[in-house]
Design a protein around this ligand. Structure first.
Ligand code: ADP
Length: 313
């Protein structure tokens, strides 16, 4: 079976790519399982009974979204920790007659189809995630201690810049906090956020941050258990960052006591963890404010107030 991360242009359509490259017979059915404004996901089945999970972009979606997802899945797969679907191909379809205005026929990912019918304990999720965070980086930049990812990706529908930086606090300040404050574009939040951003260094005193591969959008909708009882994590917004930043979405992840205990048995809690967790949640609350507004703005504001008070101590 061929595995690739290059967005090569495919002339023969997704069926053709599967039939010519995966040695599992002819595609006999395609069942769409989800659809959003920028992509759809389908299960393709071949005459040998093999299933593939295929994501395809809609008009207007850009390359970064699919490339970011494919490279993120491949990076997590390479850690051999949690169960990640294997990416067989990431590509672009040749322009269809009458084109879709994408400068090509849209992007797609063909990946392993997983069966989500198993059960597993939260303890196993905690341990598996910690092991992924401790895995040796595969990217040279991360091996040299830098923070970022080879491509920019997306968080929800928003862009997420990942240009490499030497220092984690600088990376989080520029590429996460200030980037999101610009997207939200609210003068009150910007003023409060700027004060927190300027004083962030003291929240990391005595903490040694190493680049860990992060899922980047870890909430319950992206967590499932596969047949046989292994935890799978899907739909990532990966980058190399401080391991604690993967808890930025914990407010809708449902992590239980045994999860935290198992995680911290592998990676002990550093001093200041609870306040930094707020800092990391702030990024996602700001993202939600930018995407959905409303109640998320109040949550972002109350975290900013809490952090300003803590920073003055
Ligand atoms: P979207 O980007 O549209 O949110 P998701 O990646 O969340 O798409 O997937 C949509 C649905 O497909 C979810 O129910 C998810 O559990 C399921 N799914 C995702 N990846 C796979 C896979 N590799 N195999 C089987 N089902 C999957």
């Amino acid at each position: 079976m061929r595995s690739s991360s290059k967005a090569s242009t495919v002339q023969c359509g997704i069926d053709g790519w599967i039939e010519q490259n995966l040695d599992s017979g002819r595609v006999v059915s395609r069942n769409q399982v989800s659809s959003s404004s920028w992509s759809s996901a389908s299960v393709y089945t071949t005459d040998s009974g093999t299933k593939y999970f295929v994501k395809q972009s809609k008009a207007g979606a850009d390359d970064g979204m699919f490339k970011g997802e494919a490279l993120g899945l491949q990076a997590m797969y390479g850690t051999h920790t949690l169960r990640i679907p294997k990416v067989f191909h990431y590509g672009q379809l040749a322009d269809a007659p009458g084109g879709r205005g994408l400068g090509g026929g849209g992007y797609f990912i063909v990946m392993e189809h997983l069966n989500f019918t198993g059960r597993a304990s939260q303890e196993e999720l905690g341990r598996g995630l910690a092991q992924m965070h401790l895995a040796e980086p595969t990217e040279d930049n991360a091996k040299q201690g830098k923070f970022g990812f080879p491509v920019d990706n997306t968080i929800g529908g928003n862009p997420q810049p990942n240009g490499w930086m030497d220092n984690w606090v600088d990376f989080y300040r520029e590429r996460r906090l200030r980037h999101m404050l610009r997207l939200v574009n609210d003068s009150r939040l910007t003023d409060m956020g700027e004060r927190v951003a300027k004083n962030m260094d003291k929240m990391f005193e005595g903490v040694k941050v190493k680049p860990s591969l992060l899922h980047g959008d870890l909430w319950s909708g992206n967590l499932s258990v596969v047949e046989g009882g292994q935890w799978a994590i899907l739909d990532p917004a990966c980058y190399y960052g401080h391991h604690e930043a993967d808890f930025g979405m914990q407010w809708c992840a449902g992590f239980s006591g045994p999860f935290w205990q198992a995680y911290h048995e592998v990676i002990p809690k550093d001093p200041g963890f609870e306040d930094r967790k707020q800092l990391y949640m702030l990024y996602h609350y700001l993202n939600h404010t930018s995407l959905f507004g409303g109640m998320y703005k109040g949550s972002a504001e109350s975290i900013l107030r809490h952090l300003s008070t803590q920073q003055k101590r």
